[in-house]
Design a protein around this ligand. Structure first.
Ligand SMILES: [Zn+2]
Length: 179
């Protein structure tokens, strides 16, 4: 897709127009399952005569809960403005300070794969950690907080065991000597 002329002509394409498959989302370990509800890609030229592509969308992601390890569904959205530059050096030289948090500068050389860009944004919108508000099933809130504590104390328990072992051996020795 020629993204430059897409911007110059105020292009607009969305999930209603084309069906895209997102194989990278299916292959992602962090993302157990992903359903993309909608996406939109718009192009325009901004007041500084820069070509800008805006990607927005909504999806549901299923992640492993950090507490009970069952799937958590999260509805997420993304929005990104990409200011196009003709080379890496031009993109690197851009004053990042002037950008807001949803705007990036990208070197755009040759053909652009729209699907790649959308996949990038979806993966970026995924949270690092997910957990249920209340974990259901066999995991009561008490149990889950216990589980959390238990995993945190694992190293301490290990150390404790190390310390206890010599005494256990000692008592064995004492028992043995009484015979
Ligand atoms: Zn959970």
């Amino acid at each position: 897709m020629d993204v430059w002329s897409f911007c110059k002509t105020g292009g607009h394409v969305e999930s209603k127009d084309i069906t895209l498959e997102f194989p990278r989302l299916a292959g992602d370990d962090h993302l157990l399952r992903c359903v993309v509800h909608s996406w939109t890609v718009r192009g325009h030229v901004n007041s500084r005569s820069e070509c800008v592509v805006t990607l927005t969308g909504a999806f549901s992601g299923w992640f492993s809960c950090t507490v009970c390890e069952q799937a958590v569904e999260q509805r997420l959205t993304f929005e990104r403005n990409l200011i196009l530059k003709t080379s890496e050096s031009e993109a690197d030289a851009y004053d990042d300070e002037s950008l807001d948090e949803i705007t990036d500068v990208i070197a755009c050389v040759g053909d652009v794969n729209l699907r790649d860009w959308l996949e990038d944004e979806i993966l970026l919108a995924c949270p690092m950690f997910s957990r249920h508000d209340t974990c259901e099933g066999n995991t009561s809130p008490e149990l889950s907080s216990y589980k959390q504590r238990a995993s945190r104390d694992d190293t301490a328990v290990e150390q404790e065991r190390e310390v206890q072992r010599p005494f256990a051996n000692l008592s064995d020795l004492l028992k043995g000597s009484k015979k």
